[in-house]
Design a protein. Sequence first.
Length: 470
Amino acid sequence: MTTDVLIVGAGPTGLALGIDLARRGVTALVLEKADGLFPGSRGKGIQPRTMEVFDDLGVVDAIRAAGGPYPTQLIWRDGEPAGEHQMFDPAEAGEDTPYHEPWMVPQWRTQEILADRLAELGGRVAFGHEVTGLEQDADGVTLLLTDGTTLRARYAVAADGGRSAVRRALGVAMTGETVDPHPMLVADVRITGLGRDHWHVFPPRGDGDDFLALCPLAGTDDFQVSARFPVGAGVDLSADGVRAVIADRSHLPAEAVTEVRWASDFRPRAALADRFRDDRVLLAGDAAHVHSPAGGQGLNTSVQDAYNLGWKLAAVLGGEAPDALLDTYEQERRPVAASVLGLSTGVHHGRVRRGAATRQLGLGYRDSTLTLETRRDPAGPRAGDRAPDAVVDGVRLFDAFRGPHWTLLALDVPAPGLAGTPVRVVTGAAPTAYGPGLLLVRPDGYVAWAGDTGEGLLAHAAGAGLSGGR
């Protein structure tokens, strides 16, 4: 069996891409150098836009069942509660935004859910497969593995993290900076004697660097530990080391920490790959951009990379679009990643509140070559914007969008004939979230084209892979 796509890395990015390709009938294999899925909680915040992506990919119910909302922060001083702090600006659910607040799910659990969905669709993860190099030619990519064997596919996607072996093999540089020179400890622990209805914060004493936070991880019995250390300090990742930090910086005794399940240290940084495409290899997720965790943007931006790329790879592999369609992946996603990197850094330094921007519902592609707005007086979402949810003539739009197809909304105007194209057509009166007109919605939920009439619709859409069904 010929493999269409090799995906290197079984994190959220690689698994989400595997799901999107599997449901489109693309033969893909996810390679992971470790013997199992990542065991820690690291990226625990699922933003509203990513919840919409998970809705389309068929995992949102499992994600909701596995997690919960973020708790209010409880500030402690000298062993006593000293006040509460709301981490996020409030937001209300509406018909156009059914997912309106961040949802907490430990990364390890998110990955389990994605891996289960991939297997359900017939996809596969090959564990213990470490990539050391690659070769490209006019027909495909050959990946070299540590055991001396090779694997070949028509395209490859590097989703193997910030230290990406594939990116290094390509010689693609990362441009960035250290966001904070202070080492950070992140660990998953079991604790007794601490309530789970708050995110417990222990501010530094005086001008020190001894910040500590203990966050109850929704859907589990664990707490995530976050601790800051002085510049140049070492971080003891042993169970006794983690216990000592908690005992030193809080009112809890060391023995209150009954188990240390995972621990890691890092220095927050922000970096962006100089390019997201090198011929038949594409970079996604942390292999393409690395964020401070403060804004809760890294995992979300990464999953949305996969969501942007999946339908484009399928269209090219199916002969429905030219290879040049893949150039729009970098054209669309690299500016988004650059913007989100700045946002994450701003949140880290306290210059930006966690609110509308961090929910990612406003991200879009108005400047993309795949985008064309032709209405004389557009109202509501414009071409390039996210297509919001609504009900049109009894049809919920997110239900209509769900799946690998395109959708045409004919709102207060007649629908043109689209025979021979894989488009679902929804007609009716324009809802509050939309203005009148024709809106062609891409498989990833963004408006590709909008017009008052159907003139030019098919001509524009043909270049984006809308020439036939898959």
